[in-house]
Design a protein around this ligand. Structure first.
Ligand code: FAD
Ligand code: SF4
Ligand code: SF4
Length: 453
């Protein structure tokens, strides 16, 4: 009886701590405030919905709010030399020590390993992360994990829009009192919404650990369509990644790995509409508002399997440092210089060639073409990997590609539909996106002319 009374008190206090509240939308809601640009981040499925106009990454000033939020979260704005990777105390190669690696993981399992150490050291009471079910390992199911065992089940990318903020409602409704210190794991659009209401969450401490993110399939049907184009056996796929060797590596439930050259996708025109529209209007590839971001694209290609390949991390503030400190017994950190490798061709030289097929796909203009023979596709992947940018420059090339493509998409098409608002594009862009555009102004204008057609 006493415990139940205590829980009730905890709930009331937690809800009182949470600011303006509204009626959560049901999870099967078909239209959200950001309409087709919605990334289904879960925010509107919580009572935080009352603050959606100020928090959503796709409404009003949208991702332009990152500039101010970076200052609030990290205590200072992004500097000139932080244009690509955001505010940082350091940028290091990282991997989980081979003897500490666990079963389910995307790469070496840095994210889940840090989450486990945060729980073990009692720095947090719970971890909000993305699990899945056994029969649908690629479909996201966000949870509030209380134990190391639960966190370990969440390893691996679920390559699909995920309502990561949804469990916050459970936090207030059921567990307000016993979860005071939380670790949130998520991608940029989710983290922006979370940071916008951080002061209203009623938490004593919030840690944010994130991954890079780009080009997420919009739902299970879209993901399946992509896998059919990439894999010989899409039904057994348990993970995939576009790797630095210009191949898509697909992991299978029977332990097989497929390595498909990006030039030999079957009927790539069928992939039109796979990527969510939110991701075509996203300018936060590096998840700038986390305390610590983990990814792979800044590491020079080392060969082998992704689950054995080094990753890299961007430490943004003292909370990020603390996460690394608490996890040092299971992590191996390298030196920043290892990520600096010069490619033979500059990313500026390659960008126009990469952007055109991407924009054709975005605008549904990709024409069916005969697939090149496999040997030729393999050769092209080898040549591009040998010639192209490496390490941090490969990461910068990826950011340039996504930024310019999205700027063209928004200018030509998507912004007109932005939740019924006619906003000037620049009013919705963070400073780093405008700076990247200015580096490629001529190319940007040529592409606009082509696709405005
Ligand atoms: P693990 O220890 O296996 O942990 C993975 C964590 O990711 C889990 O804790 C889970 O909570 C979380 N997660 C899984 N799916 C989702 C989801 N849909 N939304 C939010 N969180 C999720 N890195 C790059 O360098 N370049 C990229 O282009 C890139 N694209 C990505 C696209 C997506 C959709 C995602 C989710 C990640 C992407 N990453 C990218 C990050 C990279 O794939 C790995 O997630 C990262 O290197 C961490 O690997 P790990 O082994 O440490 O993760
Ligand atoms: Fe709501 Fe998130 Fe969709 Fe924005 S992106 S409308 S906050 S669910
Ligand atoms: Fe969200 Fe951007 Fe990732 Fe799409 S690419 S899921 S909008 S962070």
């Amino acid at each position: 009886q006493g415990k139940r009374g205590g829980d009730k008190m905890g709930r009331a206090q937690a809800r009182a701590r949470c600011g303006k509240k509204g009626k959560p939308m049901p999870v099967d809601q078909s239209v959200y405030p950001a309409k087709e640009l919605c990334s289904r981040c879960g925010f509107c499925n919580t009572s935080l919905i009352a603050q959606v106009q100020d928090a959503c990454a796709f409404l009003g000033a949208g991702m332009a709010r990152i500039d101010q939020l970076e200052h609030t979260v990290h205590g200072r704005p992004r500097q000139e030399e932080e244009l690509y990777f955001g505010v940082q105390d350091g940028l290091r190669p990282i991997q989980v020590a081979p003897e500490a690696r666990t079963g389910r993981r995307a790469w070496t399992g840095v994210v889940t390993s840090i989450a486990c150490e945060m729980l073990r050291s009692k720095a947090v009471d719970a971890v909000l992360c993305v699990s899945s079910t056994v029969d649908k390992p690629l479909e996201p199911k966000p949870i509030l994990a209380r134990s190391v065992e639960e966190v370990l089940q969440t390893g691996g990318v679920k390559p699909m829009l995920s309502p990561n903020l949804l469990p916050l409602e459970e936090l207030w409704q059921v567990r307000g009192e016993d979860i005071q210190r939380l670790l949130f794991i998520g991608v940029g659009c989710q983290v922006q919404a979370l940071r916008s209401v951080e002061a209203d969450l009623g938490l004593k401490e919030l840690y944010v650990l994130g991954t890079n993110c780009v080009d997420n399939p919009r739902n299970a049907e879209a993901l399946h369509r992509f896998l059919q184009s990439a894999s010989e056996t899409p039904e057994t796929a348990t993970g995939f990644e576009f790797m630095q060797d210009n191949r898509i590596h697909v992991k299978h439930s029977d332990g097989r790995y497929e390595r498909i050259p990006v030039f030999s996708l079957k009927e790539p025109q069928n992939c039109t509409g796979v990527i969510a529209k939110s991701c075509y209007s996203c300018f936060d590839y590096v998840n700038a508002l986390t305390d610590l971001t983990v990814g792979y694209m800044g590491v020079p290609w080392q060969g082998g399997r992704m689950t054995e390949h080094q990753q890299y991390c961007v430490v943004r503030n003292e909370r990020g440092q603390k996460m690394l400190r608490l996890s040092q017994s299971v992590l191996e950190l390298g030196q920043a210089e290892e990520l600096q490798v010069d490619g033979r061709l500059s990313r500026q030289q390659l960008l126009p060639e990469v952007l055109r097929p991407e924009l054709d796909l975005a605008f549904g203009q990709r024409k069916p073409r005969p697939e090149p023979p496999r040997w030729l596709a393999e050769l092209l992947s080898e040549v591009f990997t040998w010639l192209g940018p490496q390490g941090l420059d490969f990461a910068r090339a990826s950011i340039d590609r996504a930024t310019l493509r999205n700027l063209v998409c928004l200018e030509v098409d998507l912004l007109k539909k932005r939740a019924g608002q006619q906003m000037e594009l620049d009013a919705t862009l963070p400073k780093h996106a405008k700076k990247i555009r200015s580096q490629y102004q001529e190319l940007f204008e040529t592409l606009l002319e082509t696709y405005r057609g």
